[in-house]
Design a protein. Sequence first.
Lengths: 330, 336
Amino acid sequence: MSEPKKNFTQKKNQLSKFLHNLSGQTIWIAFLLLVVSVSLFEPKFISSINLLNVLRQVSIVGLVSLGMTVVLIGGNFDLSTGAIVTLTAVVSVNIGPEDTGSTMLSIIIPLLLGTIVGLINGLLVGLLKANSMIVTVGMQFIVVGATLIYSGGQHVWVWQPTQFYENIAGGYFLGIPNPIYIFLILTVVTQILLKRTTFGRYVYALGNNDEASRMMGVQTNLIRMATYVFSGFTAAIAGIVLASRVKNLDPTAGLGYEFLALTAVVLGGTKTNGGEGRIFNTLAGVLILGLISNSMTLLNISYNKQLLVRGLILLVAVAIDARRGQRVMK
Amino acid sequence: MKKIFSNIMKLKFIKQISKQKVLIVLIPLLILVSVQTDKFWSLYNQQGMWVAIAIDGIIMVGMVLVMITGGLDLSVGAVMSLSGVVCVSLLNDMGMPMWVAIFGGVFVGTLGGAMNGVFITKIKINPFISTLGTMITFQGLAMTITDGYPVVNKILLFSEIGRGKFGSFPIPAIVLFLVLFVGVIYLHFTESGRNIYAIGGNEEAANASGIRVGRVKFIAYTICGSTAGISGVILASRLSTGSPIIGNNSALNVITAAMLGGISMSGGVGSMEGAFLGIVTIGILTNSFNMMHVQAYYQQVIKGFLLLMVIVIDRVSARTRRKALERTRGKEELIE
């Protein structure tokens, strides 16, 4: 008698599992719908030049949002990333990558700087358990100020960058721009870091329940610090890519990336309270944001209105996040 | 009888002021500045300094209420820009009478604060991230209204609010003291004001003892928005311009000042008087930097460091508070 019943529940379980999986992919479904509707409205969108352009544009924000996802899963925020992008880009260009030695320096020094800023953030948030948002906003102030002092408030540029430096953002491999490869490779690296290493599991544990994971012997302070270091590192890579792409920067170039990245990450379903989130979905969030801003540009909407739309998207994303959090609580 | 009572009140007030830790910074700073330059105490400099203090100080009154509930409002700067822009546009582009424009500017601020309140109390979004979202939205709105350019005011009478003086007191400073007075009265002498402390101390306990947490918080955020609106209107009048980016750094300045004055990020602690001393300290610091010709970029870095320092102090003192609490609890258990 119990056999068919069991079978039925099994089927039901399978169905609910399938539905659950599907609901996890809402963001990708939204992305596909968006692609279809935008290409119906604006046939220019679907051209391969435009698509590659969109991908190349989002790869910089994408790099920032990889680090942001890790920090957010650990239950914190990092708003200093935009400033780190600016600092590293300005320093990288100002070193003047005009021969092999200085090209090396203009890659290594920015990476170090980004990591150091991340480390300081991590020390303040990890050891003192200070509110991460306000700490990183303060850090943003300091880093932006330092960048302005360093550049004297003037544009920085490089006349004749080496071929290698030029290729970081300007080159192609198999017809696809290099920044896209850099972004995808780092996405895979982050995914492995989060899903296949102890560090990744600890980050999730930390975001879920800080106190419990500390009692289980996880060194929460260190892990939290490490998430910030990672975020600083990815922001520095984004800065180098930006520098190589633009080569003539004004010293506030990277500001605003932190909001874009945060929006992409929250849109991708990473919980703002930590403990939940997937790199794969962050990718979708990044793509959706890129798509929206590209289509707004194609539709000739001014930058100011785009700013307004960005704010609204962030608000909607966090509202959805809050609603979901309450449902889980119930 | 009345006289004695008022004397006692005065004494109590002085006692409370003298308890503020920020005086450790403020008094040496005052002495240093007075020695360094004789222009500091000149009437002209004092007037300018107090106008600058007033513009941040008015926002601080609202921010203190929000911070004591344990929240934070990052959007005040954007609200300030928006209300200034709206006020000047109403006055010049639409030709509204002055009182409508002023009211409109403050109203927009209040509306912005109320929007924050709804997001935080009804949809229950974390205050940091929701005010971050509204910050970008308001900034975009201000930019959209003006198309990214500042709007210029051509009506001279309107500029009198920010530039005028009453005797030798600049009008913004008078407004600051009025708002501060109302804020102190609200915080200490009304039920919903006192409930703010209760919520900041322990939100669940406050809820359990029948305080309408959502409503009190909503009021706090709304007041914060309207103070930002008032400040935005005054700044627009002083500059005779509604700039969509003028308030970009205000939130951080105000938060730093409030924390310097003893308001804790974790809520429930601090007083309006302390925060006021904090904002005066920041005002004097900025003023003396300007007189010593410190570049704006360096000032930005120094202020960032100041904020981080204040955060560190806040965390350390919160830790000692908690440890002291645990110690007394331990003693009680021993006695039992």
